[in-house]
Design a protein around this ligand. Structure first.
Ligand SMILES: [Zn+2]
Ligand SMILES: [Zn+2]
Length: 698
């Protein structure tokens, strides 16, 4: 596609202006900055410093930088010579450089203290260069300030290369305000400086600002190389503006860098993040060479949009193509498995990680801990967790939530305390995991203690989810008035989650009055969410209030809401099998129905009585007629006939399990000696030895 550059520029300008309304003439955009080119300000007036974790996501250096690095090594020698002749004391400088060469950054900065404190040392450009690397390596804001201070104090006159390095140091440590000032005050800038600044802006989420600077680059250079295009595509993805991304794409094609691997991977990512998975697939198909990063990006793109099966089959294609798989590949695979409940694939990913030497990768292992915790294998989760050489907060959170899901509240709390002892600072996710663990396990008092200590000891304000957790905790104890009081006492407007927790409590304890109030609040907040209506409908039905029930049905009709059939699915031999209540589509229908009948006959011997007037929490009343063959029962029966004895089963479904199925499954787990993990619309249920981890509250 031929798009004249000038037209392209004005297009982006207009369109971005239209979309956000904050794009003004770029020539005067930076009037607030000091443009003095003759008098350089090397003082550090920094008033606002913040760190961006996104910094690490920066693209790998392009060839241009490599050439620069060769320049440095050539130059390094000459500078070294100079300083050595002038000042013998530069021995410390040499030591610092050596330490940095071996990536011993912390020690290098410790040694730097001598230069700093004693003063009077002549510090060579190469030593500063090494110190910059140390600061970048450690992402140390304090280090940056100290090194920069010394440069100023010593009257160091950096050349363009060193100015770029100093800029990079500020950018990588997230000191954006200072970086911006340095950039604008540079007496001369080359393309490296511009690219660096734009990439820094994108990394710190200042996408519009990056676009403004990008236009200035065009005015000054009329080119930018593949690197800048990859950066600007990331900016478009960050803004979620597909038209901006398409413009940059066509411009990259015109400049002949459309096939560059960095540009292509950024494009795949951008298209998939902007919801255009076909666009992403198109770019991927056009890749001249399908690299590991390319495969990872397209698989992650499909997974992001919930196309888990497609993502999985792409993973197989990747494996067959013989391209190397890295720890990202396996992390994505585990995340897909978590959604698909596919134990087989997860085990494969686990083995692949170990075999490929990524056994200690923190991201992939955390994904594994999460997977095993969610799918009933808490011992496996613990095993992976214990073997991790280093763990981050996410790893701890995943395991604590795992113990909670398994109804093992005491262990969750124990782990939480261990985490505190090891010096980790909990976040709101940690508390959510601990509070739900307390709630699931009926540890009311402990839950309250935690809830109170959140803001008191850990300075974390409880959010709506934490309140919802506490409402559930009270609801389990049947303290509905207290739950309602807590909801009203929240220092913000109660959210849908909080009302939903109250509604669940009302359903279980059959409190119609409060239930009606909660349901009506929910109608207002989530008018399209069917389950809210159905919960109330079933409550009315079961308490014989037929007139009120008819009213709910009328409301449903008026809103044009239709009930979707309940569906459950199970993964057997890497293949997903879907079941609808009472359906007879599956090729092994006969055996499946026979197995359900056998199982039901078996559990009757263990005291099961079918609940005639059962509450279907959020599915159609028609389902009641086919109660015996609810989709979850069919999925379980299929799992039983197609896997060896003792194998645990993982089932997923979007609707809440009904109380009849719940009690039936508990006994099925008992009589078959199998563990059954069911993820329903509300939570994880882990059925084992005749009981469920949810404590019969869902
Ligand atoms: Zn059921
Ligand atoms: Zn349960």
């Amino acid at each position: 596609m031929e798009v004249p550059l000038s037209r392209y520029q004005s297009l982006v300008l207009d369109q971005i202006h239209g979309s956000s309304g904050s794009f003004s003439g770029h020539r005067y955009l930076f009037s607030g900055y000091c443009f003095s080119f003759t008098r350089r300000k090397w003082r550090n007036p920094c008033s606002q410093i913040w760190c961006s974790s996104a910094m690490e996501q920066g693209l790998k250096p392009r060839p241009k930088l490599q050439r620069l690095q060769i320049d440095i090594s050539e130059r390094k020698e000459t500078v070294l010579e100079e300083t050595q002749i002038r000042k013998p004391s530069s021995g410390i400088g040499n030591q610092i450089e050596k330490l940095v060469l071996y990536k011993r950054y912390r020690e290098a900065l410790e040694l730097f203290e001598i230069l700093e404190l004693e003063g009077g040392y002549e510090v060579g450009s190469s030593t500063y260069d090494a110190l910059v690397s140390a600061c970048v390596g450690l992402k140390s804001i304090r280090g940056v300030k100290r090194v920069f201070n010394l440069m100023t104090r010593n009257g160091f006159e950096p050349d363009l290369y060193m100015r770029n390095r100093v800029l990079l140091m500020h950018l990588r440590c997230g000191m954006m305000i200072d970086a911006r000032k340095l950039f604008e005050e540079m007496p001369e800038k080359n393309l490296v400086s511009w690219n660096m600044m734009v990439a820094g802006l994108v990394d710190s989420g200042e996408f519009m600002e990056a676009f403004r600077l990008f236009l200035r680059i065009w005015q000054e250079f009329s080119e930018g190389g593949s690197r800048i295009f990859a950066t600007m595509i990331r900016a478009s993805a960050g803004l979620g503006l597909i038209f901006a991304g398409r413009q940059v794409h066509s411009c990259a094609l015109k400049m002949g860098v459309g096939q560059d691997i960095f540009v292509s991977c950024a494009l795949i990512d951008m298209y998939s993040k902007c919801g255009d998975i076909e666009g992403a697939q198109f770019v991927f198909d056009e890749l001249p060479e399908k690299t590991t990063v390319g495969w990872n990006t397209i698989i992650a793109g499909y997974a992001l949009h919930g196309y888990s099966e497609e993502a999985l089959s792409l993973y197989y294609e990747m494996r067959e193509s013989g391209v190397k798989m890295d720890h990202f590949t396996f992390s994505i695979l585990v995340r897909i498995c978590t959604r698909l409940a596919s134990l087989e694939h997860a085990k494969q990913a686990h083995a692949g990680l170990v075999r490929h030497g990524f056994g200690s990768d923190i991201v992939a292992n955390t994904a594994l801990v999460d997977f095993y915790s969610k799918w009933g294998r808490i011992e496996d989760a613990r095993h992976v967790f214990d073997k991790m050489p280093c763990k981050n907060l996410l790893s701890w959170n995943a395991l604590i939530a795992g113990y909670g899901n398994h109804g093992r509240g005491d262990e969750a709390i124990e782990l939480f305390e261990k985490m505190l002892k090891e010096g980790l600072i909990p976040n709101h996710v940690t508390f959510l995991a601990v509070l739900s663990a307390c709630s699931y396990s009926g540890l009311s008092e402990r839950g309250w203690e935690m809830f109170e200590s959140m803001s008191r000891d850990h300075k974390i304000k409880p959010r709506a989810m934490h309140y919802a957790c506490m409402i559930e905790l009270l609801g389990r104890d049947g303290l509905l008035d207290e739950a309602y009081a807590l909801l009203r006492a929240a220092p913000f407007k109660p959210t849908a989650n909080m009302w939903a927790a109250l509604l669940t409590a009302c359903r279980i304890h059959e409190n119609l009055e409060l239930g009606k109030l909660a349901a009506e609040k929910l109608y207002g907040m989530e008018p399209e969410k069917l389950s809210n209506y159905i919960v109330l409908l079933n409550m009315y039905n079961s308490s014989g209030k037929l007139k009120e029930a008819a009213g709910v049905v009328q409301t449903l009709r008026r809103k044009g809401l239709r009930m979707r059939p309940a569906c459950s699915w199970i993964d057997v031999k890497k293949q997903a099998h879907f079941f609808y209540s009472g359906d007879k589509i599956h090729f092994e229908t006969k055996q499946i129905y026979q197995k359900v009948d056998d199982l039901m006959a078996e559990i009757v011997k263990h005291g099961y009585t079918p609940q005639q007037k059962t509450l279907l929490p959020d599915v159609d009343e028609n389902e009641e007629r086919i109660l015996l063959y609810h989709s979850e029962k069919l999925a379980i029966a299929y799992g039983m006939i197609s896997t060896p004895d003792g194998t645990s089963l993982q089932i997923v479904q979007s609707h809440r399990v009904c109380s009849d199925c719940h009690s039936a499954i508990k006994l099925m787990a008992l009589v078959t000696g199998r563990e059954i993990v069911l993820r329903d619309g509300s939570r994880f249920h882990r059925f084992k030895d005749g009981s469920c981890s949810c404590g019969d509250y869902w």
